[in-house]
Design a protein around this ligand. Sequence first.
Ligand code: C2E
Ligand code: MG
Ligand code: MG
Ligand code: MG
Length: 278
Amino acid sequence: REALRAGQRVGHFAQALRQRLARQRAIEDGLWFCRGGSGMSLLYQPKIDIRAGRVFGVEALLRWQHPELGALSPAEFIPLAESTRTIVPIGEWTLREALRQKCAWRQAGQDICLSLNVSPLQLQPNNCAPSVLEVLIEECDRLGLERGKIELELTEGVLTDPVIMQEMLRIIRAGFRVAIDDFGREHSTLSLLADCPAHTLKIDKSFVDNVVENERQLAIVQFIVALARRLGMQTVVEGIEHLQQLVMLADAGCDYGQGYFYYRPLSGAQILDLRHQN
Ligand code: C2E
Ligand code: MG
Ligand code: MG
Ligand code: MG
């Protein structure tokens, strides 16, 4: 009987594994099919100037309605888009779509700063696709957009890749802004910040989660903010959900905040209804 139970357990395990692989396969096939942006859309989460209490800019966040699986989280499909390299054409679509939206906002009288998430793979040399920088310049020139109001968000892993750091430098020299996203989530090497030309540090949500209960966590946030200031960088904290968190982060001197406490990601049309500071 024991052997039978063990056999059943293996059977269940194999079935769960098969289901997971089938789902992964369906996502990968869908990504290939949708790489021109079909079924994809962007939402925009406001970024608030904490002291002024007003919307300063927005971050574009990708959404995808899979033909069979329905709405998928970027946390699930972005890693697969990276491993299949479909992130390159999808990322290009995202850049163009977000800049088109930024232009539409401006025509409606709101010149809103725009942040874009970019995967490190998109910054690697690639002969088959235009570079991120080429796409940014082309669209900004075509639409008449100000480069200094566009910021790319790169995760801290790029700091250890010299090829991508070179590309980051070119992007900054061309007049665009760069933020280091999710700072502190992985093993951050502080010494790498010494040579990092980025304008902004986005402090990871994990610090915010227990900043109220945990004094040591707060000490780390205060330290990061002080360090950023000394390095001439601005700070954004992501994932603010409660007033108490906001109060502590404001006291710590953070410049900008983002999170459900202020706004969830909104549609391009909803963004126009907010009170902005231009
Ligand atoms: P991220 O860039 O760190 O974006 C922040 C994520 O936290 C977003 O999730 C946002 O909806 C969520 N968030 C914001 N405020 C709160 C809050 O108060 N509480 C909680 N629990 N969550 C909050 P989302 O949209 O699911 O995106 C997840 C990640 O997927 C992003 O993390 C980013 O790394 C990646 N991603 C999203 N869009 C793109 C894209 O266009 N290109 C690339 N390469 N990556 C993207
Ligand atoms: Mg981001
Ligand atoms: Mg982030
Ligand atoms: Mg994050």
